[in-house]
Design a protein around this ligand. Structure first.
Ligand code: NAP
Length: 326
């Protein structure tokens, strides 16, 4: 099934997706809170749950989804679950076992969407962040097209309905799109995207290839100490966004997300606060005018909150890697 068909089926473009916390939030939230937030989100009406093996909470999230299926709130086919293949599992023979392990944790028979989490590969093995004796992350160089073939095989085996990528730039996408014998195109590319990094070039490229761009950190990220530079401007404090929000009678968060939705971007928004989970769902009963869209567009500065060096905590090891992340 194509992602377009999925979008139609799941109204993915019309649902802000509920993004669950990743590794960086271990210090702030418990896994149980992730489960509770998942239940709140499903009750509110969210149907797309974006998660990953790396986040370490697939057991709790799967339990919450299954509880909501068991109590009759939703059926399995109403839920659109996205999972991700972490960088230690890109060797082709590790892809299916990684997916099966996630499915077992989740208590699900299949995922709706499975993504290669980043184009960067670490040394294959069970260590999520393999490091050498100097504490530097050990990278590896499986041809990403071979990883992709293994992803295709997972789809053929019925373990996942659609496959895609995350943090890819256009060159990396082209590598897969032009791979000899390509069976399935990536249906989406999940990347950092917000008013300060509006990804207009990558969006144009993705649209031209019928690849959906999915945005994360749309609210300006969770601003976790040590993971982002707190001196960077914050989406929700941007004067233009605040002014437009006042004008349309909405919150800054709603305007920041609505701006992306109107450009055809799928929006992921993470919150563990029930009131915000509800607020972030109220995006479909208002519109930004062309003039307001242009004003928000003018805020772009190609500024990134998350870089792979911070992400893997291997600043000295990944000068090259930073340049290839989408
Ligand atoms: N694919 C990838 O490689 C990748 C990379 C990085 C991150 N991600 C994913 O992106 C997710 C979220 O990204 P992010 O942390 O950068 O998040 P974000 O969605 O931009 O921001 C989340 C932060 O905004 C707050 N928030 C939510 N709704 C709000 C509202 N209406 N008003 C004010 N504040 C609000 C949340 O606080 P409360 O929770 O307290 O409400 C949280 O602190 C991560 O959990 C991870 O899953 C993916």
């Amino acid at each position: 099934m194509t992602y377009s068909a999925l979008k139609e089926k799941q109204s993915l473009h019309n649902l802000p997706s509920f993004l669950l916390f990743c590794l960086v939030f271990f210090f702030q939230y418990t896994k149980e809170q992730a489960g509770e937030a998942t239940k709140v989100a499903i009750d509110v009406g969210y149907r797309h749950i974006d998660c990953a093996f790396l986040y370490g909470n697939e057991v709790e999230v799967g339990r919450a989804i299954n509880a909501k299926i068991a109590d009759g709130t939703v059926k399995r086919e109403d839920i659109f679950y996205t999972g991700k293949l972490w960088s230690n599992n890109q060797a082709p023979e590790r892809v299916r076992p990684a997916l099966e392990s996630s499915l077992k944790d989740l208590g699900l028979d299949y995922m709706d969407l499975f993504l290669i989490h980043t184009p960067v590969e670490f040394k294959p093995g069970d260590n999520l962040f393999p490091k050498d004796e100097n504490g530097k992350v050990i990278f590896h160089n499986t041809d990403i097209r071979d990883t992709w073939k293994a992803m295709e095989a997972c789809k053929d085996a019925g373990l996942v309905r659609s496959i895609g990528v995350s943090n890819f730039n256009s060159k990396q996408l082209e590598l897969i799109l032009n791979a000899p014998g390509l069976k399935y195109k990536p249906v989406c590319n999940q990347v950092e995207c917000h008013i300060f990094l509006n990804q207009s070039k990558l969006l144009e490229f993705c649209k031209s290839k019928d690849i959906v761009l999915v945005g994360y950190s749309v609210l300006g990220s969770s601003r976790v100490e040590g993971w982002i530079d707190k001196n960077l401007p914050y989406v929700l404090e941007n004067p233009v966004v605040i002014e437009v929000a006042k004008k349309v009678g909405r919150s800054a968060a709603q305007v920041a997300m609505r701006y992306l939705l109107q450009r055809g971007i799928v929006v992921l928004a993470k919150s563990f606060t029930a009131e915000r989970i509800k607020q972030n769902f109220q995006l479909f009963d208002f519109q930004l005018s062309d003039e307001d869209m242009q004003r928000v567009d003018g805020v772009n500065k190609n500024m990134r909150y998350l870089s792979i060096d911070r992400y893997v905590g291997a600043l000295s090891a990944c000068g090259e890697i930073c340049r290839i992340i989408g």
